[in-house]
Design a binder for this molecule. Structure first.
Ligand SMILES: Nc1ncnc2c1ncn2[C@@H]1O[C@H](COP(=O)(O)OP(=O)(O)OP(=O)(O)O)[C@@H](O)[C@H]1O
Length: 547
């Protein structure tokens, strides 16, 4: 296969048809297998032509790949193609193109029907946009890895992973939803006697820029060839340049075998690619397959961990446990209250005196003052605080001011007289448990009952609700990036998260209406990557992400 010209990622697909106008495709307008009317040629690949077609009964657009005559004439090859199509159609994964039908016609045409994808392949995206921000590149590659994981679980090795086989479509709000194409076809080709354009006479199958060294050495491939190819793709997306690309077919193969790639962060310093991401890419590109990740699932986990590491909440060094909360200040009796009390007493005293004097002058005797009780009652109720502090406090408030305050004195509630509390340390704070989420449980600062000294000797302070919320908030962007395709705008997802004493998330579960949903599980998966401050004991929290 000719190497792609510099700046172009197009490789084998799209044959060159020379300078003469192409003859119209003879199959256009025909209805294949009585069901698929072929409407338009989408493109030509190594095995055949892909058409946009319409299912004549259900009127749904589909993509139909029709094998070239050179392949269709070989019965063994056709049988293998159909076997692989059958296997690939069973993968059934959201990131794998759906194969809905396959077979052969009476005319001997062998075909495969797929869901019709509107969008562009990753090669076109890269050609237009160049390198992508590392988070976007990683999010795209995680989807590719998920598709491959599903295929590998069915024993299908892709063998021809490249940007042209990864289609980018819009799904909901997500413009980067990936569908992987061409599963299993490469495996068929492995035993084919028909040379693919991509092999360019070398006997090698696949596309040279993505060929794992063991394939070049002629070893039997296993799933790790796909890991290598995905490593090349991730490198390309991050850096905007292939890790191994020589001037010729042979020099590219030699680079795969001999050259060590420049780490992505060095190849593109301005992109601030985290070191942990470098490590993932370089391990996927190990020349010795035993040094690569064993499975694509391991690769994906490492990639997720690298993203999480970049998102890590920078844990402060373990701090000494908090000092006991300051004792509540004894409620100070303000001079205004004292003045008010004095005025009240003066009023009361004057009233009693006035009553007694009145009686004295009218009856000539000093009688007990029953009216005083009715006067005293409301005043006493209004200012019980006066009982203790007034006596102990020097009051110098002018009576004029105090008069005004008397009126107000009835309104505010008055605290109980201050009692000097003995200094206490905070009581032991029970780590919140799964059953009692920390958000609902009392905060550590809440003192319950008499103190049992514990704090300073029991390790770092408990993780507070605020610290947890801050840690989760840092994942907000990633949650949106990875999970928004499953959500409507502004949808809320609440997760219940258990944080271990070491600061790692032990479990994260979506709750409420999102419990068990794809969206909920996606958000929980991201939440699990959080790393919080080590604390004294495990704790349980809730957090709500808004999409
Ligand atoms: N399901 C689909 N929906 C829309 N376009 C598709 C679909 N499948 C393939 N195509 C497009 O059809 C063209 C030919 O695809 P095909 O898979 O035959 O070739 P290829 O992958 O480029 O080459 P090769 O088969 O050599 O790997 C490509 O442009 C591809 O993007």
């Amino acid at each position: 296969m000719p190497l792609r010209p510099s700046g172009s990622r197009r490789s084998v697909s799209g044959r060159t048809h020379g300078m003469w106008p192409e003859a119209p495709d003879p199959l256009l307008g025909h209805t294949l297998a009585d069901r698929y009317r072929l409407e338009k040629v989408i493109g030509h690949g190594g095995m055949g032509t892909v058409y946009r077609a319409e299912h004549v009964v259900i009127r749904k657009p589909v993509a139909v790949k029709v094998l070239d005559a050179a392949h269709s004439e070989r019965r063994v090859e056709v049988q293998r193609f159909l076997n692989e199509a059958r296997a690939a159609s069973k993968i059934r994964h959201e990131h794998v193109v759906d194969i809905t039908d396959f077979g052969s016609t009476d005319d001997g045409l062998v075909f495969l029907v797929m869901e019709y994808l509107e969008g562009e392949d990753l090669a076109a995206t890269s050609d237009r946009e160049g390198s992508l921000p590392w988070r976007r590149a990683a999010a795209i590659v995680l989807q590719i890895a998920a598709a491959l994981e599903a295929a590998h679980a069915q024993g299908i090795i892709h063998r021809d992973m490249k940007p042209e086989n990864c289609f980018r479509i819009r799904r909901g709000n997500d413009p980067d939803f990936i569908k992987v194409l061409d599963f299993g076809i490469a495996k068929v080709l492995e035993d084919s006697e028909v040379e693919r354009p991509s092999s360019a006479g070398s006997g090698l199958l696949g596309t040279p820029e993505y060929l794992a060294p063991e394939l070049i050495r002629g070893l039997k491939p296993d799933a790790r060839v796909d890991i290598y190819a995905v490593g090349v793709m991730l490198y390309d997306l991050l850096v905007g340049k292939l890790p191994f690309a020589g001037e010729s077919f042979m020099s590219t193969l030699t680079a795969h075998l001999m050259e060590l790639p420049t780490p992505p962060s060095q190849a593109r310093p301005a992109a601030e690619i985290p070191a942990a991401l470098d490590a993932v890419v370089l391990r996927a590109l190990a020349k010795d397959r035993d040094l690569r990740y064993d499975t694509i699932g391991e690769f994906a986990a490492a990639l997720r961990a690298a993203i999480a590491e970049a998102d890590v909440v920078v844990a402060p060094p373990p701090t000494p446990p908090p000092l006991p909360p300051p004792l509540p200040e004894p409620p100070r009796t303000s001079p205004r209250w004292i003045a008010a009390g004095v005025v009240a007493l003066l009023v009361l005293f004057s009233a009693v005196l006035w009553t007694m004097a009145k009686r004295f002058y009218t009856t000539g005797q000093v009688a007990p003052a029953p009216a005083a009780a009715t006067v005293v009652a409301p005043i006493a109720a209004a200012a019980p605080v006066l009982a203790a502090p007034v006596a102990a406090t020097k009051v110098e408030a002018p009576v004029e001011v105090a008069k005004v305050e008397v009126a107000k004195a009835e309104a505010p509630p008055v605290a109980a007289p201050p009692v000097a509390a003995p200094p206490v340390e905070p009581p032991p704070v029970e780590p919140p448990t799964d059953e009692a989420p920390a958000d609902e449980a009392p905060e550590p600062a809440t003192v319950r009952g008499p103190a049992t000294p514990k704090g300073p000797r029991n390790g770092p302070a408990p993780l507070t609700a605020d610290e947890f919320a801050a840690g989760m908030a840092k994942l907000g962007a990633r949650v949106k990036l990875e999970c928004s395709r499953y959500a409507l705008r502004k949808m809320a997802v609440t997760v219940q998260v258990v944080v271990g004493a070491d600061g790692s998330v032990k479990s994260a579960e979506p709750t409420g209406s999102q419990a068990g949903s794809t969206l909920g599980n996606c958000v929980a998966r991201v939440a699990k990557t959080a790393l919080l401050r080590p604390s004294r004991a495990k704790s349980s929290h809730r957090h709500t992400f808004t999409m």
